[in-house]
Design a binder for this molecule. Sequence first.
Ligand code: CS2
Length: 490
Amino acid sequence: MTKRLNDAFLGTLPEDIRRPAYDRSTITTGIVHLGVGAFHRAHQAVYTDDVLAEDLRWGIVAASLRSPDTYDALEPQDGLYTLSVRSQDGERLRVIGSISRVIVAPEAIESLLKVMASPDVRIVSLTVTEKGYCHDPATGALNEAHPDVVHDLAEPHRPRSAPGFLVEALRLRRAAGVAPFTVLTCDNLPSNGRTVKRVLTRFAELRDPDLGAFVAREVACPSTMVDRIVPATTDDDRARIGQALGVADAWPVVTEPFTQWVIEDDFPQGRPAWERVGAEFVADVEPYEHMKLRLLNGSHSTLAYLGYLAGYETVSDTMADPAFERLVQGLMDEEVTSTLHMPPGADLDSYKRALIERFKNPALKHRTWQIAMDGSQKLPQRLLGTVRDRLSQGASIDRLALGVAAWMRYVTGTDERGQPIDVRDPMAARLKALADGTNGDPAQLAPALFGVSEIFGDDLPADPRFTQAVTGALTLLYANGAKRTVAERA
Ligand code: CS2
């Protein structure tokens, strides 16, 4: 199939495929998005596509901070792509039109800064993954030694990092007398709005104390809770979706029916009416964020490390093993729920029931290896915050400790059959070097990794209840393997 999806083909698509309900040539840019990955395209860009049907001011210019892949796929498609929603009941396709232009930041620094500085742009949103904030995961403070931070402080007009772009664009706006945009982080970080505000304020302060004070005073950074499971797109997805469209789509995104977006309502320059298309605006996101990070993402990471070690390719394969399902159910009910403080009316039981079904969705091929990425950046908010709360309640942490131990086993870079694991993590080399020094002895490996304070802080390694639980679980994983350990513990 050589013909590509683009504006000219919209009219020729099969009738049952939903397409933009507005004239794309009339939209203006109100949002710049940094990090144009599959998650953004299956989540915020979809809500905004719905909003555009009533309000044309919120078109998105989306930038990738590193790779040109998405640009290469979407540029010939006028920014159009297909959203596929899959479940046991089948697949629904819809073409999304909210992204009007894609920019590859390293190749077009000035054009990106120019759009970010434009007065029409009211919001800069971000999905740059946990590591994109250049922060210390244990404390949430800017990592001033991060190579991209060092670079961006030395060359502030030619930034590379998300904080570098945001602060330079805010400076340009201020110099031009244009009010700051709202910074809308949509990554799975704890108190994500406060975290990005802390990082930006410090970065700006290091550039110029006056700019730091300006960012602290003037820039709104509402927190959000974002939720939708979006596995990486495969070539099978491309082939199947292309068949259904009758034209090729180089990069469709595949997701589940569930979607949720909870946002703090703090947008001094205005915002799209996302509440009319399913988003929830609340005064305090934190309870929702804890619920989601600890129940969904905490379970996900636990399933990813244990499932990978047990030889399971996807989350649904892992969940098909009844012991793993019991483990996750137990983790949620017995170890996470007591740490959550939900507003009245929130129904945790049905949330947890739905989660089990979502993890089991056989139509999503969500690889354990994909979720296992960047564990050093994920563990603190997914498992370790829960561990701290449980310890302060004097309560057990057996399942949480097993998840942490499985991560330790995983980052050694060798699986249970002696095969290499492709560990993707900004700290991979350091973690492997620490592991290599311990000769596969869990009694040495655990303490060596506890010493990474960016992950564990100073408190957990000093608490024998934590260190003993993790070391014990790691010993079992080495002695019996992941499958048996889960079967016996769940
Ligand atoms: C996953 C998340 O890859 C991962 O680490 O846990 O991307 C997860 O699918 C989303 O947060 C769901 O909202």
